[in-house]
Design a protein around this ligand. Structure first.
Ligand code: ZN
Length: 352
């Protein structure tokens, strides 16, 4: 009897067991060394034993080992091909773009909430024929108070309320940080003839203690319309149209009497609360109305100071706080949030 067939079957079975575990190129390479390696490969060792096999068995033994060798080589070739293909597939998928991944959004700047609100207010009035006018932040007492009919002893002219920059007394020599954008109205009246329809947005300054509702610097938008035959009905119609454009079709306006030196009569303007549809909420303090503006018919004395004949022309003016409206729109508890530029806060406002 010969050893060869027994050796062949047993070794083939062993090899198949090893081969079943070899997946990667490195594993297949190790398999090749284990079986065909020059020093201690299994097949190599069997070949080395050939000279110890009795003469009459050499033929069968040699044929058996060669058959094993051929099977091992063929199988290794197969495994090497599969491992190479698998490696290529892995490399390909590592390079491939996964189109289902969400895109990485680049961090780009956006307009500040105050700028957005200011531009929306401007757009509402531009559609009514208004243009935007600008003026200096450091003003003379005359433009800020005197020409606007503030009496010399008016409390707003007190150093407690106003930041004075230069000089005592009154008039054009005394400089201050404007307390409203009304000086722009006066400058416009003095520099052109009616009809006038302007909006004056800008920063204004008052000596307020800082708290959630007050800041010493804030943003205002005032408007002025001067022409022949302008009446209180025009003021009412204009502000009602603005309220609808800005707060939505269902917004209504309500006027209440008040006093400002530069208008006669003067009114406080409230808009119906769009957040609760007038059912009453925290923002409107349960009243269903939110005061957003002061307004009135321009005082004849102010028109006169602006070089406009009050016998021929009439006009109306209004003013609102941009910061306060931004607060209302976004339901914010504190004005200071608008100045701190905390990105976490800005992101929340932008996405609301
Ligand atoms: Zn409300």
């Amino acid at each position: 009897m010969t050893e060869a067939p027994f050796v062949l079957d047993e070794q083939l079975a062993r090899f198949e067991l090893d081969a079943a575990r070899a997946r990667t190129s490195a594993e297949v390479q190790k398999l090749r060394v284990d079986w065909l390696g020059k020093g201690h490969g299994v097949v190599t060792a069997f070949l080395g034993l050939l000279r110890e096999v009795p003469k009459d068995e050499k033929g069968a033994y040699g044929a058996g080992v060669n058959k094993l060798k051929a099977r091992v080589e063929a199988r290794l070739k197969e495994l090497e091909g599969a491992a190479a293909a698998e490696a290529a597939r892995a490399a390909e998928s590592a390079r491939a773009v996964d189109v289902t991944l969400p895109p990485r959004v680049p961090a780009v700047g956006r307009l500040h909430p105050l700028t957005v609100v200011r531009r929306r207010i401007e757009a509402s009035f531009r559609s009514l024929g208004y243009e935007v006018a600008d003026g200096p932040e450091v003003e003379s007492d005359w433009y800020n108070f005197e020409s606007l009919n503030f009496p010399p002893d008016h409390p707003a002219r007190d150093a407690v309320d106003t930041f004075f920059v230069k000089g005592g007394g009154t008039g054009r020599d005394r400089l201050l940080l404007r307390t409203h954008t009304s000086p722009v109205q006066m400058r416009t009246m003095l520099s052109r003839k009616p009809p006038i329809r302007i909006l004056c947005p800008g920063r204004v300054f008052r000596k307020d203690d800082i708290d959630p509702r007050h800041l010493p610097v804030f943003n205002q938008i005032e408007g002025l319309a001067v022409d022949e035959g302008i009446t209180f009905a025009d003021l009412r119609g204009t502000l009602a149209a603005f309220a609808r454009t800005f707060f939505g079709d269902r917004a209504k306006v309500r006027f209440g009497p008040t006093f400002f030196p530069f208008v006669e009569p003067g009114v406080d303007v409230a808009v119906s609360c769009v957040l609760c549809e007038q059912k009453g909420c925290r923002v409107c303090s349960g009243s269903g109305w939110i005061e957003i503006m002061g307004a009135g018919m321009v005082h004849p004395k102010v028109l006169e100071n602006g070089g406009i004949d009050p016998e021929r022309y009439t006009g109306f003016a209004f003013g609102m706080g941009v910061d306060r409206i931004a607060l209302l729109l976004h339901g914010l508890p504190d004005l200071r949030l608008l100045l701190e530029n905390d990105l976490r806060f800005l992101d929340r406002v932008w996405s609301s």
